[in-house]
Design a protein around this ligand. Structure first.
Ligand SMILES: Cc1cc2nc3c(=O)[nH]c(=O)nc-3n(C[C@H](O)[C@H](O)[C@H](O)COP(=O)(O)OP(=O)(O)OC[C@H]3O[C@@H](n4cnc5c(N)ncnc54)[C@H](O)[C@@H]3O)c2cc1C
Length: 447
């Protein structure tokens, strides 16, 4: 059967999609494979990458329901970071110091390996590892960030910070060298071409469902020994994860004069240490691409495309950018887009593989999936080929996923969290003291 490809379609509406090269997917689906991977984002493609490098004899197919990079992998903020959705101190409390160290070491190794891959096979990812800065713009943020300083997060005074980035009202910030900036679609392009060279079959417009001893692709039965589900937020959520929307905007390319005033010469990523998540990068073509949260959670975890375009959130992100850099007053914002991330109840990812059934799945990265998907894919690939090593011993491997609360409790709690994060930020900006409201949020996000 030949899948119906649409050669002119963009993967999505992100800034990155503009520079996407057309993938030429495989046309003919074989009757059987050793491994079928469902989902053509980073998790699916990196799984194919690690598997083929662990065993070059494997016959592997990746089935993507839309086009490669349609999901979060083609829409994100391009932070390949060592950030993890749960704080280091909570991780140590939950799993011990050794496990926390092993996790952060493997995230840092993963960033470097993505860098090596990019250098050889994905030059258009514009991978640049020059760290990340989280700055404080009020006293409450400063107190919180200073308290979070450790061997990985170095506190920079306002003066030191201004040598890196010049943001209005900045009072200093944390610098973490373990973060890279990428153009995610450039990385996906390189990955796709690499896998093609390694004879992995890559199918678009193929909706796949795991069945016994195989997958059902559109209406065709394909035999496989192993199925890996890498569909992240698009999989059946039940109560194992919830979708939360993240939205982004990007400016037109900005002048050298603007960047001379603002800094970010090395293209490190940056964000403000507020409660409501935000993230930004200077793109390789000198735009500001900035994202943030704020869209409400959809009842019963039903994905709603309209939430990707919540006007108020896009507007708030543009306002935030102009607060940081008043020089943006008359600049045009040329792109606005969004996507959903999957969040588990304990805010930690899952990587599961059962050798007796040959079924595995990975995901639940919250907003930190660019590096984590590489690591998770490496782990699941090791599990598939029967390796047992330091990576397969990480705490989240083959763990039970805790359920979210039933509706309408979940809807009320999660949307309170979204709303209260914004309220807490406004309170801190007004009072210059740690928000009282943020204490209400803490138990909800378990951080
Ligand atoms: C706006 C935004 C900004 C973000 N910024 C960052 C960031 O800066 N840094 C960071 O680390 N993380 C970020 N993230 C999160 C990160 O992008 C994701 O965690 C990561 O890309 C997930 O990759 P994935 O391959 O698991 O999922 P996806 O990229 O979503 O891929 C899943 C794919 O599965 C396909 N699919 C679903 N069902 C089927 C089926 N039945 N059959 C076949 N195919 C199917 C979908 O079409 C989709 O293409 C951001 C996310 C968003 C939305």
């Amino acid at each position: 059967m030949a899948p119906t490809a649409k050669p002119d379609s963009k993967p999505n509406n992100s800034l990155w999609a503009d520079s996407a090269e057309r993938f030429e997917p495989t046309q003919q689906i074989a009757d059987s494979y050793d491994v079928a991977i469902i989902g053509g984002g980073f998790s699916g493609l990196w799984s194919a990458y690690h598997l083929i490098n662990l065993n070059s004899k494997l016959k592997i197919a990746v089935f993507e329901a839309k086009t490669f990079g349609f999901g979060a992998s083609g829409r994100n903020g391009g932070w390949a970071s060592s950030d993890y959705p749960v704080s280091r101190s909570t991780l140590i409390k939950r799993h011990g110091l050794d496990q926390a160290n092993a996790l952060f070491d493997s995230l840092i190794t993963s960033i470097n390996e993505i860098g090596d891959f990019s250098q050889s096979f994905a030059p258009k990812s514009n991978f640049t590892k020059s760290g990340t800065v989280m700055f404080a713009r009020n006293a409450a943020q400063e107190t919180r960030l200073r308290a979070a300083a450790d061997e990985f997060h170095i506190w920079k005074t306002a003066d030191e910070l201004s040598k890196l980035i010049r943001v209005s009202d900045a009072r200093g910030g944390l610098f973490n060298p373990e973060c890279a900036t990428v153009n995610p679609i450039g990385l996906l392009n390189g990955l796709f071409e690499y896998l093609k060279l390694r004879q992995v079959d890559l199918f678009e417009h193929c909706f796949a469902t795991p069945i016994q001893q195989g997958v059902l692709v559109n209406s065709q039965r394909v035999k496989t020994q192993v199925v890996i589900q890498a569909t992240e937020v698009y999989g059946a959520a039940r109560r194992e994860f919830i979708p939360l929307y993240s939205q982004m905007v990007a400016t037109e390319p900005l002048s050298q004069g603007f960047w001379d005033e603002v800094g970010v010469a090395e293209r490190f990523t940056f964000a403000e240490g507020s409660h409501l998540i935000n993230y930004a990068q200077r793109t390789s073509d000198d735009r500001l691409a900035i994202g943030g949260r704020g869209a409400t959670y959809p009842f019963k975890s039903r994905l709603e495309e309209s939430k990707e375009y919540t006007v108020l959130v896009h507007e708030n992100i543009r306002k935030l950018a102009k607060k940081w850099f008043p020089q943006l007053k008359d600049v045009s914002f040329t792109h606005a887009w969004g996507g959903a991330v999957a969040i588990t109840r304990d805010w930690e990812p899952y990587i599961q593989f059962d050798p007796s059934t040959g079924f595995g799945r990975l995901g639940g990265y919250a907003g930190d999936g660019v590096t984590m998907s590489y690591l998770a894919a490496k782990i699941i690939s090791n599990l598939v080929v029967g390796n047992s090593n330091e990576l397969t011993g990480l705490h989240f491997v083959n763990r039970r996923i805790r359920s979210w609360e039933p509706e309408p409790l979940r809807y009320l709690a999660v949307n309170s969290l979204v709303k209260l994060s914004g309220v807490a930020d406004r309170e801190e900006a007004l009072t210059n003291r740690a928000s009282v409201v943020s204490k209400l949020i803490a138990p909800l996000i378990l951080r």
